[in-house]
Design a binder for this molecule. Structure first.
Ligand SMILES: Nc1ncnc2c1ncn2[C@@H]1O[C@H](COP(=O)(O)OP(=O)(O)O)[C@@H](O)[C@H]1O
Ligand SMILES: [Mg+2]
Length: 350
C-alpha cells in the first residue's frame, strides 16, 4: 500500500510528532508498505523513511515555530499525499490534531487515520470536551474559564468563542474561590504536552499562571486539582487496552517527564483493583464515543485517593514514540508496535 505519514507541523509538540511519525513510518516500511513522510510545516517535500533516520532528539522544551502560510495546503495537495492509499496523521497538537488538517484531507478526498473533523476539534478544545463529557456522565474536574479579550500573542490561536459564563482574567481568584480554593490547575484551553500548565498553590501564583496559559490560548481553564494517581486508557477499535499508571518523578506529568527517559515510571497493567480498572475502561469507551472519536485515542485520568476517576482529556493523536503510552498499553495486550500501527491504518480504510 502507498502510505503518506504527516509529521512535524507547527505546533508546540512538533518535536514529539517528528519522533512519532518516524517510528510509524519505520513500522509501516517494515510491513513492506511504500511510505513517504510529509511535514506540513515545510510544504510539499516528502522524504523517505531512511532519510528521516538522521533524527533530532526531543529537547527539554518545545521550540517556537511559525506557520508559513499555505505550506500545509501545499503538502496535502502534493503528489505524495495524492498518490497515497491512506494518510497516517502523526501530527500532535495545533492544526494537525484540531480538525483543520483533517478537513483538508476530507476536501482532498483522502482516507486518513484517527478521528474526523468534529471529534478532533472537540478533543482539542478542553472546555468543549468537558461540556460533552459532563453530558455523557464522564466525571471531569470542576472548572471555570477565564477569557482574554484578544490574543496576547497574535500568533496564538483564537480557538472557540467566549461563552457568557466565562470570567475576565482579573476574576481568576474568584474562580479559584468558587472551586473551593487551592490548589488549582491553570491550563490553556487548547494545548497539549502540559505546555503552559501550572499547579497553583496560592492566590499569589494565580496571576502569573493565568498569564502563562494566556500566551498559548485565549481561553484559560482553572480546574480543581485532583490529588492522587495518574492513569491513562488507550482505546483501539472499540476496545479499551490495559490501564497504564504513570508516576512522574517530579509529581507533575509535565513536558520534561513526558519525554525524558527515566523521568517517569510506568506500570501496565496498572496495579489497581479490577473494579477500578473496569470503571476506567468503561468510562474511556464512553468518553471516546461521546466525543465521536474514530479508530483510536487515549483518555487521560487523575484518580483521587478514594479511587474516583476524573477524566482530564481525550487525545485523538496520542504519542506513538518508543516511550509512548498507547504502544505500551498495546504491548500489554499482546499487540506489538508494527501490529498496532497496521491496525490503525486498516481502520482508516474501513
Ligand atoms: N485537575 C488536575 N488535577 C491534577 N493534575 C492535573 C489536573 N489537570 C492536569 N493535571 C496534570 O497535568 C498533566 C497535563 O494535563 P492535561 O489536562 O492532560 O493536558 P495536556 O493536554 O497538556 O496533556 C496531567 O497529566 C496531570 O499530571
Ligand atoms: Mg494529557
Amino acid at each position: 500500500m502507498k502510505i503518506a505519514v504527516l509529521l512535524g507541523g507547527t505546533s508546540a509538540e512538533r518535536e514529539i510528532s517528528l519522533v512519532t511519525g518516524r517510528a510509524v513510518g519505520r513500522a509501516l516500511a517494515e510491513r513492506a508498505h511504500d511510505v513517504l513522510l510529509v511535514d506540513p510545516a515545510v510544504g510539499d517535500a516528502p522524504i523517505g523513511v531512511r532519510e528521516a533516520e538522521a533524527a533530532a532528539e526531543i529537547g527539554a522544551a518545545p521550540p517556537p515555530i511559525r506557520e508559513e502560510a499555505g505550506n500545509a495546503v501545499r503538502a496535502i495537495a502534493g503528489e505524495a499525499v495524492r498518490a497515497a492509499d491512506v494518510v497516517f496523521v502523526a501530527l500532535h497538537g495545533g492544526t494537525g490534531e484540531d480538525g483543520t488538517v483533517q478537513g483538508l484531507l476530507e476536501l482532498a478526498g483522502k482516507r486518513y487515520t484517527g478521528s474526523g473533523v468534529l471529534a478532533s476539534a472537540l478533543a482539542m478544545d478542553k472546555r468543549a470536551s468537558k461540556l460533552v463529557l459532563r453530558q455523557a456522565y464522564v466525571p471531569t474536574p470542576a472548572w471555570h474559564v477565564v477569557s482574554f479579550e484578544q490574543d496576547l500573542d497574535p500568533a496564538a490561536r483564537g480557538g472557540s468563542p467566549s461563552l457568557p459564563t466565562d470570567l475576565a482574567p482579573d476574576q481568576a481568584a474568584e474562580a479559584a474561590e468558587r472551586l473551593g480554593g487551592y490548589p488549582v490547575v491553570v491550563k490553556p484551553n487548547d494545548q497539549g504536552s502540559t505546555v503552559g500548565l501550572t499547579v497553583v498553590r496560592d492566590e499569589e501564583g494565580l496571576g502569573p499562571a493565568v498569564e502563562l496559559s494566556g500566551r498559548y490560548s485565549r481561553h484559560v481553564l482553572i480546574e480543581t486539582y485532583v490529588p492522587g494517581r495518574e492513569m491513562t486508557v488507550a482505546v483501539l477499535g472499540g476496545e479499551a487496552l490495559p490501564v497504564v499508571e504513570i508516576t512522574p518523578r517530579g509529581g507533575l506529568y509535565d513536558y520534561e517527564s513526558k519525554y525524558t527517559k527515566g523521568m517517569s515510571e510506568y506500570h501496565c497493567p496498572a496495579g489497581i483493583a479490577t473494579d477500578l480498572a473496569d470503571m476506567l475502561a468503561k468510562t474511556a469507551l464512553c468518553a471516546f464515543s461521546a466525543m465521536g472519536c474514530r479508530g483510536y485515542a487515549r483518555v487521560d485520568y487523575r484518580v483521587s485517593p478514594s479511587g474516583r476517576p476524573f477524566c482530564l482529556e481525550v487525545n485523538t493523536v496520542p504519542g506513538m514514540t518508543e516511550m509512548s503510552l498507547v504502544p505500551m498499553a498495546a504491548a500489554a495486550a499482546g499487540i506489538g508496535f508494527a501490529d498496532l500501527v497496521d491496525r490503525i491504518v486498516r481502520m482508516a480504510l474501513k
